[in-house]
Design a binder for this molecule. Structure first.
Ligand code: HEM
Length: 501
């Protein structure tokens, strides 16, 4: 009897090993073997489980553990070459994490195109920048990015940003109960960008309705791509359609105002698109206008709310840096003309020298490096392409792993440390600092984002302090990096210390 039990156990183990080994080979057969001789030029790696690939390890690391363990597991197993093959988001992929390789992929529009997961593509919209030809992208990018780039455009938004940030801080400080800083900050950043893109919108119910729709769409980005009632993706698609309707109504209103002479020139991106032509000299369709605005709005508020949240969090955890940053802001007030209220550019062409000197500028860069608001940039190889002697086969995705670059001790000593001073004498190395991407897709909103964060910090540092409700609350890194309680905190206005700004 005992002998039988031992035999059973051996059979069970053998069976398990067989099934396990068989399953682990399926993706290898599906994607690697079929490349024939070319398979020997692929980078090393692990194609993971059928269908899922390495998604389970990815979710485990980002949702419940240390996000850097995901890339370091490849480095430990296969070496530090910074290119690894795997399956992610349903596609055979090459993960890249060396600065120079990331830079090469991002700069190469001939061999690589954007290819974000299906949920993202559908929710941003087929006619947004995602699916455009290179020529159309260049045309629309030049047309639209001017609205949020350069000192002339940005200086137009300073007063409004100041009003929104001062108003929000004041409102939070008056609240009896702690607020969810992340949720509240999203309201503030949404209020900043809505008029830039859609025109003068003062109606609170419109702002709150559209913000809720965007919130629903954002949740869909990281959901399963199942468009059936009851699933998040279905709700997100419904929200996207409703939003499309709203944007198209605004387009119609502006167009009819133009016909009736009731039109006053507006500076919004929507007006600009209504009046402009596409790359072939044709009027731009309502679908395209809607998708482009949808993309800008989606890209432009959650990211900035997260960046602000992390700045406040790092200052909260680093009282010395907080104190130095505060001193710096006080100096800015002292240098200001006595008659001046509010903030303006000190010089005309660089955002970084108007409001803040080194400390805030470097603290923001350090936050962007350390936090990695987007975990990866997605490209697809249009042709078989060889980089560093490794093949990236046509149709495979390339995942540019931002954490892999920014958290590698070869690029940043003691990368875990939040250390703004590391930027004091920083020598630029191509591809080593890419929180806003690189190449033709470099984030057009980077300066606006930094401007918003800097203005918020100016008023926060001078007049407020924050007390977290759950200072030990764990950090979630998926879908976005933030404390799992959304940074529950009480904002307090400083008493006699506060400055008249
Ligand atoms: C801290 C805040 C932000 C971060 C970290 C960030 C990051 C990025 C990154 C990494 C890309 C490149 C994506 C790629 O190459 O695949 C990108 C693109 C983009 N961003 Fe941002 N962004 C931020 C804020 C903003 C803001 C405020 C706006 C607009 C108001 C904006 C609008 C866009 C748009 C439209 C694109 C697509 C550009 C193109 O395809 O040509 N972003 N962003």
């Amino acid at each position: 009897m005992e002998e039988l039990d031992v035999l059973d156990l051996h059979l069970l183990r053998g069976g398990y090993a067989f099934v396990f080994g068989f399953l682990r080979k399926i993706n290898e057969w599906l994607y690697v073997r079929k490349l024939g001789e070319k398979q020997y030029s692929l980078p090393p790696g692990d194609m993971g489980w059928p269908f899922l690939g390495k998604m389970l390890s990815f979710w485990r690391a980002f949702k419940f553990g240390d996000p850097d363990s995901f890339i370091s597991s490849f480095v430990t197993r296969y070496g530090g070459m910074g290119m690894y093959r795997t399956v992610m988001f349903g596609k055979p992929s090459i993960i890249v994490s060396m600065p120079e390789t990331c830079r090469r992929v991002l700069a190469d529009e001939v061999n690589f195109k954007l290819n974000y997961p299906k949920t993202t593509q559908e929710l941003i919209g087929k006619k947004s920048f995602h699916d455009m030809s290179n020529t159309a992208h260049k045309h629309f990018r030049r047309l639209t990015a001017a609205k949020i780039n350069g000192s002339e455009s940005l200086s137009m938004y300073i007063k409004r940003i100041e009003e929104i940030m001062i108003g929000s801080l004041d409102e939070w400080a008056k609240m009896e109960r702690p607020i969810e800083f992340y949720e509240e900050m999203k309201k503030a950043t949404f209020k900043v960008i809505l008029p830039i893109f859609l025109g003068s919108v003062t109606d609170d119910s419109f702002i709150s309705r559209t913000k809720n729709l965007f919130g629903e769409i954002m949740k869909g980005f990281n959901s399963l791509a199942i468009n059936l009632p009851g699933f998040q993706f279905h709700r997100a698609i419904k929200a996207k359609r409703e939003l499309e309707k709203i944007i198209k109504e605004v387009v119609d209103t502006r167009k009819s105002m133009k016909k009736n002479d009731a039109y006053t020139a507006s500076t919004s991106m929507l007006d600009l698109l209504v009046e402009a032509e596409d790359e072939d000299g044709q009027a731009i369709s309502k679908d395209s206008i809607s998708d482009i605005l949808n993309m800008y709005l989606l890209a432009g508020f959650d990211s900035v709310a997260l960046a602000t949240l992390w700045m406040v969090l790092y200052f909260y955890e680093n009282p010395d840096t907080l104190q130095r940053a505060k001193e710096e802001q006080i100096q800015i007030l002292k240098r200001r003309e006595p008659t001046q209220k509010g903030l303006t550019y000190l010089r005309s062409n660089k955002w970084s020298i108007w409001l803040s000197e080194k400390i805030i500028v470097h603290a923001i860069d350090e936050m962007l490096r350390r936090v990695n608001i987007g975990f990866s940039l997605f490209r697809e190889a249009k042709e078989d392409t060889t980089i560093n002697g490794y093949l990236i086969p046509k149709g495979w995705n390339v995942l540019i792993c931002l954490r892999g670059v920014h958290m590698d001790p070869a690029n940043y000593l003691e990368p875990e440390e939040f250390n703004p001073s590391r930027w004091d004498n920083y020598r630029k190395k191509g591809g080593a600092f890419i929180p806003f991407g690189a190449g033709s897709r470099f984030c057009p909103g980077s300066d606006l984002a930094k401007l918003e964060v800097s203005i918020f910090l100016h008023y926060f540092l001078l007049n407020y302090e924050v007390e977290r409700t759950n200072p030990k609350c764990p950090i979630n890194h998926f879908p976005s990096p933030k404390p799992s309680d959304n940074f529950k905190a009480k904002f307090k206005r400083l008493g006699s210390d506060s400055m008249d700004v």
